[in-house]
Write a protein that binds this ligand. Structure first.
Ligand code: CA
Length: 231
């Protein structure tokens, strides 16, 4: 898939954007770089990149505004590359529609892994679970019949647990914020009340995870939300 995969880097720190650009080019990606939001949005609409690496602190516009603007017309994966370590800002970026985030300083290997996740989720959404089935390791979910199997044994999920699992699987690899999940499952904003969600998630995990100290499928993003294993 690398080769004609285009990545747009919007970052005002020259050192970081040079480093990113070189590394991505070495890995075979086609790269566009913009030091500000205005130029970045222009490149976005002219060249239709397959992925955007976005710095939140830009000279001319807040990165969150860029996410909002892009999401009006496109579902392109946006990975926020940010110096901000505060969970509140990560959550905001995700709720604005960012696909993922990585906090500076980061290892290049970590970023490349995130990019591959985004690439895979792109090719997956093209296939759209055509066989209506998720099958990975010891877990099988038959979306058509709404049946779930662990090690070949059918397990019973409550309707909420099934909805949660379905939501996680159809967004695998992506961080879903508590708020987003609550809105999708119960239809209202959860605010800071994530206790209920935690209880449902614990029950779901008890049913599908074999090792409670080392989760195979449902990962916790501390203070932010959950991520379903990408592979
Ligand atoms: Ca910056």
């Amino acid at each position: 898939m690398v080769g004609d995969f285009k990545v747009l880097i919007i970052e005002d720190d020259k050192y970081i954007s040079n480093f990113l650009s070189l590394s991505l080019k070495n890995s075979g990606y086609e790269v566009f770089v913009s030091p500000d939001a205005t130029d970045g949005l222009f490149i976005f609409s002219s060249y239709h990149p397959d992925l955007i690496l976005l710095d939140l602190g830009l000279p001319d516009m807040d990165g969150l505004e860029i996410i909002k603007e892009i999401r009006l017309t496109s579902e392109v994966p946006i990975i926020v590359v940010s110096a901000r370590t505060q969970e509140k800002e990560k959550i905001e970026a995700l709720d604005f529609g960012a696909s993922d985030y990585i906090t500076k300083p980061f290892h290049l290997g970590e970023l490349m892994a995130r990019i591959r996740v985004a690439e895979r989720s792109l090719s997956r959404s093209l296939r759209e679970y055509e066989d209506n089935k998720y099958e990975n390791d010891y877990l099988i979910v038959d979306f058509e019949k709404r049946r779930v199997f662990v090690d070949g044994e059918e397990i019973h999920l409550t309707p909420i647990e099934y909805k949660l699992l379905h939501l996680l699987i159809t967004n695998q690899g992506k961080v879903l914020t508590h708020n987003y999940i609550i809105k999708q499952i119960w239809g209202y904003e959860g605010g800071s009340d994530t206790k209920g969600l935690r209880v449902f998630m614990a029950n779901l995990r008890r049913k599908i995870e074999k090792d409670s100290s080392n989760h195979r499928f449902i990962m916790t993003e501390v203070g932010v939300g959950y991520r379903f294993a990408d592979e």
